[in-house]
Design a protein around this ligand. Structure first.
Ligand code: NAP
Length: 234
């Protein structure tokens, strides 16, 4: 059997890069998506070059760049079996104090909500044809109430998107998984949480691979994964 193909957005660092490495170890071939081409090319080379991984520089907030991603997968490997929509922007905000610029608020919504939604839109026809697997990165911040954080609002939207997709795709054979990590040490942790318990990107990658590794009749819909000891309100 030819090796299956996974497209990962946000693959240039953190959870996306760790997942690409873990998936390559399990025999997946990868399409690596983010805006920073050199980081993707370095990771593709590390994973074994064009037979294993190709880079596809792309801003997930731009439909013209996103809609061609399935074609990149088919041109490189002849198929697309799974998509991990994982790219996101992280900006600290406050509604009360107006923290974060309006442009940063726009970027949060455009990347995390619109970007995730159009990644799904662009890749679903291929996934339906393949009876494939769609995985979205949400967050514990999309499961609990976080005062002031527009980021949390965007991640609640990703939770809703995952549930909506499961309902709409129920007759297609496509499986949907929401991965909702707690605090993860991927370089974007705010200074006020630097001493808090954290997952490593590898810990989240194992959860993604757990969902991907299941047989076709098993649809793992949501995985919430916190570092042991994470604050009871988060
Ligand atoms: N770290 C945590 O504590 C934590 C907790 C829960 C959930 N998450 C979620 O986990 C996911 C991965 O984040 P991470 O922690 O691994 O942080 P990260 O290392 O900063 O990864 C974010 C990734 O998204 C990409 N990205 C950002 N904007 C993009 C855009 N417009 N178009 C394409 N790619 C874009 C970045 O690459 P470029 O800059 O090269 O584009 C990068 O590869 C995100 O969905 C995040 O919300 C993180």
């Amino acid at each position: 059997m030819t090796r299956p193909v996974l497209l990962v957005t946000g693959a240039s660092s953190g959870i996306g890069a760790a997942t690409a490495r873990a998936a390559a170890d399990r025999g997946w071939r990868l399409v690596l998506v983010a805006r920073t081409g050199p980081a993707l090319e370095a990771l593709a080379a590390e994973l074994g070059g064009r037979d294993v991984a190709v880079s596809a520089p792309c801003d997930v907030g731009d439909w013209d760049q996103v809609r061609v991603l399935p074609e990149v997968a088919v041109a490189a490997f002849g198929r697309l079996d799974a998509v991990f929509a994982n790219a996101a922007a992280v900006v600290a905000t406050s509604f009360r104090h107006g923290t974060g610029t309006p442009e940063q608020w726009r970027e949060l919504v455009l990347t995390n909500v619109y970007g995730t939604a159009i990644t799904v839109r662009a890749t679903l026809p291929a996934l339906i044809a393949a009876r494939g697997h769609l995985l979205l990165t949400g967050s514990v911040a999309g499961q609990v109430t976080v005062p002031g954080q527009l980021y949390s609002v965007t991640k609640w939207a990703v939770t809703a998107l995952a549930r909506s997709l499961r309902a709409e795709l129920v007759t297609t054979g496509v499986r949907t998984t929401l991965i909702a990590p707690g605090l993860t040490d991927s370089g974007v942790v705010s200074p006020d949480r630097a001493a808090d318990p954290m997952l490593r990107p590898d810990d989240v990658a194992r959860a993604v691979l757990y969902a991907l590794d299941q047989p076709p009749e098993v649809d793992v819909n949501e995985i919430v994964i916190r570092p042991t000891g994470q604050d009871q309100h988060r």
